[in-house]
Design a protein around this ligand. Sequence first.
Ligand code: G6P
Length: 439
Amino acid sequence: MKKKLKIVTIGGGSSYTPELVEGFIKRYDEFPLTELWLVDIEAGLEKLNIVGEMAKRMVKKAGIECEVHLTLDREEALKDADFVTTQLRVGLLDARILDERIPLSHGLIGQETNGAGGIFKALRTIPVILDIVEDMKRLCPDAWLINFTNPAGMVTEAVLRYGNWNKVVGLCNIPVNAVVEESKILGEETKNLFFHFAGINHLHWHTVTDAAGNNRTDELIEKMYGSGDAKSIVANIKDNDLIFEQVENLHMVPCPYHNYYYYTDKMLAEELEDFKNHGTRAERVKVIEKELFELYKDPKLDYKPKQLAERGGARYSDAACETITSIYNDKHTIMTVSTKNNGTITDLPEDSAVEVTCMLTGQGPIPYNFGKFEAKERGLLQLMKAMEELTIEAAVSGDRGTLLQAFTMNPLITSGDVAKTVMEELLEAHKEHLPNFFR
Ligand code: G6P
């Protein structure tokens, strides 16, 4: 009899699920999964059934002994789970459309994880994730929570601070993509390079050192930004060159989301242009999703279609599978994840979540020490971390004053009356998913 190894994926009806299944099939020898439970809510049932059947076909084709269960019953699924992954979207894509459209209609950045939209995604998501943690305490107290629900950093911090649950890892695909793409730019194999990331989710910087101990960061910056036509490493952010002199002076590679802070006017102008002419990113994503689910319906399709790469989150699930396999096998894989700071970055509170290069062991992520940032990174980083703290606090308490502080502090939101108006419009628009604010 094979030993039970059970994974529960909440938000199992997501279009990213085939990538997750592919990742587990690929790693079956070292991670002999016996049960995969895909959980969703009533509103996601149709998608769950379509993608779930597709998952079953993939497993069958691979010839592995793994049962795929589809359910709306979260409690039944969580019972005795070994790992729980979360990839849910509270309010589905329609909520994201509001997060983008409302700020844009007031001339502010409207984005999934940044600015006012990102704050509201946190407000809707954090209470749901904390509920899942409460269920886990009762039903699978030994399980690890692997979260890739955005905003991944704030969600991880909420679990640590307010869920009192330490067995959590937050994931993002940006570091994974950077490692793959930048190794190619340097003409080196990934295994011969050490990428040292530090910061918070969607706002981190990194250096690169080769096997001989040479710091290759300046060379990489020159190759990426020197010519003025840097390519974006994620599908949801357009190629957008930063000012070379500024990046060169950092001696660290910024992440694609820095564009919003280093080049706010340009990013805003582009978003407004798209908003006027063809709609926001989430509206585009809705079209891609529709196409993907049409493909998934095909009973002959038993592999991940290439169209999934049009989504910005490509390689997310692969990162999740590698994290899970590494924890399970005490594999010591080096990966960048969101975890408790514990002094890794001395500029940030000990108990906050940071996104840093870690060694993934049977005990979870062990961060590589980073120390202090220089003022040029530290200023923005500390500001954003304080903004995140206020947002998380507001999500839990439902306090409008705290929320307005987060809005006022966020560099992508103008302060005063506009901030308050956008905040109130968003609160009203998302009322149904914000019970803490409307008790
Ligand atoms: C990036 C981010 C993810 C985000 C995704 C959005 O890759 O790292 O956190 O989920 O983009 O992509 P989408 O296709 O939904 O716009």
